[in-house]
Each structure stands twice: as structure tokens, then as C-alpha cells.
Design a protein around this ligand. Structure first.
Ligand code: BTN
Length: 240
């Protein structure tokens, strides 16, 4: 269960949730109608206009090892995937590791940030930020070709409160789900990069690979030439 803090406008719900977590707060959820500085991975921004999306961040202390941090993002991606299926009947695609797509366009991004206790290797806290484009969204030109929203792609106008309640219920079940990791089957079955030729961007590197599998720890197994490698983080794009 999460205690909810709501804002009409905020810079970034992740920043607010991190500030609360560093004050010692746990199991808290920050929600905003609009973000002026919504952040994505790789230093990107996340377009967060008023009245269109669900922008929320939860701060909690996951009881898994810090090395398993990819599990937080994969669980959240499956939770969003299930919400979309339950509320619209449509099957979305998950792009390793943190994006949810419908008809080839991104409708949701997930940003996990954490503080690890280096004496134990466990999480001091984690903040999981989820941005879902729900209602018809007036994307700027540079995003219109790659991003979309649930209303446009499914024809269903989802109530944001209903989506919030369903998503928070699923996020509350996370610790129990980490025991069996059964959700990873849903992740793999709907992961759009598996079996494909991909381009990996990691640190300053950029290289071609073949995506083989996603492990139970949320890592991407890739083949590069004759070598099999395990990716814990990074950005991949499917090569056409
Ligand atoms: C990405 O696309 O790389 C991740 C986007 C994550 C966006 C969400 S919106 C709520 C939370 N607050 C932020 O500043 N970012 C996340």
C-alpha cells in the first residue's frame, strides 16, 4: 500500500519521491497532473502535459539485492502491460528494458533510480517512476512519429483514476511477485526485441547484436559474433 501525495504541477515526481525517500519516507507515491521537468533514461526528458497522462513515482525499499535492480523495471513494465490489457483488451509490446509500445509507438516509459546500502548490497530505497500517455496527447513534432497515447492506439478513453488504482494495486504486489518471478514469463512473451537483430547503445559504445533472451533477473542475453553477453543496462533499438 502506498500513501499518495498529489500535485497539480511539479518538476519531476521522481525528484520529489527521491527527496521524500532521503528523508526516510517509504511506501509513498507522488502523482502529478503535469511535470515541467519530467525525466527519462539516458538524460532524456519525458513530455508530461496537463490532463493527458499518468505521471507517478513510488518510493519503497525492495527486499531484493541491489544487483537485481533490473527486476524493478521489468516488473513495472509487466504491471503496465497488464493494466493496458485489462482496461482496453489490447496486447502491448515491451521493449527491453523500460518502454511499453502499442502499434510501434511508445505509450509508457519507466525510470528506476535507487540508493544502495553498500555495506549490505541491498536497497536503501528505490524510486520507480512511471509515465503513461493516457488521453489524446498533443505531442510536439519531434515526438509525434515515435510516441502515442492509449486513447489513440486503443480507442478506449481510460479514466486516469481507475488506471492509477489498478497500477498501484499491482505495484503493491511486487515483493510477493519477486519470490516466484512468474511475471518474467509475461515479460519475455511480449518483449519485442527477442529473436531480433538489435543495436545496443551502452556507455560510449554502439554495436550490433542478436537478442536471445531475458533472464529471470531482467538482464538481456545477447549474441555478439560468437560470444554471448549479458546486458544489465543500456539502450537497444531494433534494426530494420
Ligand atoms: C523513459 O522514457 O526513459 C522513462 C520515462 C519515465 C517518465 C516518468 S513520468 C513519472 C516519473 N517522473 C519523471 O521525471 N520521470 C518518470
Amino acid at each position: 500500500m502506498f500513501l499518495i501525495e498529489r500535485h497539480e504541477v511539479i518538476s519531476s515526481t521522481n525528484d520529489r519521491a527521491k527527496a521524500l525517500a532521503s528523508e526516510g519516507k517509504r511506501n509513498i507515491c507522488v502523482i502529478a497532473d503535469r511535470q515541467t521537468g519530467g525525466r527519462g533514461r539516458m538524460g532524456r526528458s519525458f513530455y508530461s502535459p496537463s490532463g493527458c497522462g499518468l505521471y507517478l513515482s513510488v518510493a519503497f525499499a525492495p527486499k531484493v539485492h541491489g544487483e537485481d535492480s533490473a527486476l524493478l523495471t521489468t516488473y513495472a513494465a509487466v504491471a503496465v502491460w497488464e493494466c493496458i490489457r485489462e482496461l482496453t483488451g489490447m496486447t502491448a509490446d515491451i521493449k527491453w528494458v523500460n518502454d511499453v509500445y502499442l502499434h510501434g509507438k511508445k505509450v509508457c516509459g519507466i525510470l528506476a533510480e535507487s540508493k544502495i546500502d553498500y555495506t549490505t548490497g541491498m536497497f536503501d530505497y528505490a524510486v520507480l517512476g512511471i509515465g503513461i500517455n493516457v488521453k489524446k496527447t498533443p505531442f510536439p513534432d519531434e515526438l509525434a512519429a515515435i510516441a502515442s497515447d492509449l486513447e489513440t492506439e486503443t480507442g478506449v478513453c481510460i479514466d486516469r483514476e481507475e488506471l492509477t488504482a489498478l497500477l498501484l494495486q499491482k505495484l503493491s504486489d511486487m515483493e510477493a511477485a519477486f519470490e516466484t518471478r512468474a511475471f518474467m514469463q509475461t515479460y519475455r512473451a511480449n518483449c519485442l526485441v527477442l529473436g531480433k537483430e538489435i543495436e545496443v547503445i551502452r556507455g560510449g559504445e554502439r554495436f550490433a547484436a542478436h537478442a536471445l533472451d531475458v533472464t529471470d533477473r531482467g538482464e538481456l542475453l545477447i549474441r555478439v559474433g560468437d560470444e554471448t553477453r549479458v546486458l544489465q543496462s543500456g539502450e537497444v533499438s531494433v534494426r530494420i
